[in-house]
Design a protein around this ligand. Sequence first.
Ligand code: CA
Length: 229
Amino acid sequence: MSKILIVEDEEAIADLEKDYLELSGFEVEIEHRGDVGLKRALTEDFNLFILDLMLPEMDGFDICREIRAQKNTPIIMVSAKKDDIDKIRGLGLGADDYMTKPFSPSELVARVKAHLARYERLIGTGVQENDIVEIRGIKIDKTARRVWVNGEEKNFTTKEFDLLTFLAQNPNRVFTKDELFREIWDMESVGDIATVTVHIKKIREKIEFNTAKPQYIETIWGVGYRFKV
Ligand code: CA
């Protein structure tokens, strides 16, 4: 099922869009803040984005630019002002479509379907793109299982890679060592939660500038770890 992210601060509009898209069989998530929307857009798998232009914390221009730097996922931009639409087109941010509010929800659904179909054709005819997670200088290619830190490739063992990827895909969430052990190591594996500590140390040596002051994987004393965004 195609999953769509709507970044829109007007709740009534976001809810209306969501209702219509869900009726058409899409899975829809809503974020009201621009910065939060961007974070999710970059770290989660969505098939299409609907971005409002004026948003709290970060506007649609910047979100569109940031998404395009990393993903080819279709983007539909919406704005209340016709002038803004002309401006976005002029900037060449790489959005796939533009709509001026108010628009009819069925028009939105039609365009969503068209862009998803076009994108699927594009993917289908070309080489499948690798699944990439990118956060503050760390780039993880999940398909090729390769990692770059500030452009330099680093080698990770299988479990180190799995642990780093899991944390990076769930940023700003604190996980206990127990949770991480259960998540990354299967039930039969020999070891205990100390294994997690050892692996975190190894990962930090590869990704952190100063392991004494980690900028990526933070230790939450008495609780566990989190990947900071
Ligand atoms: Ca708005």
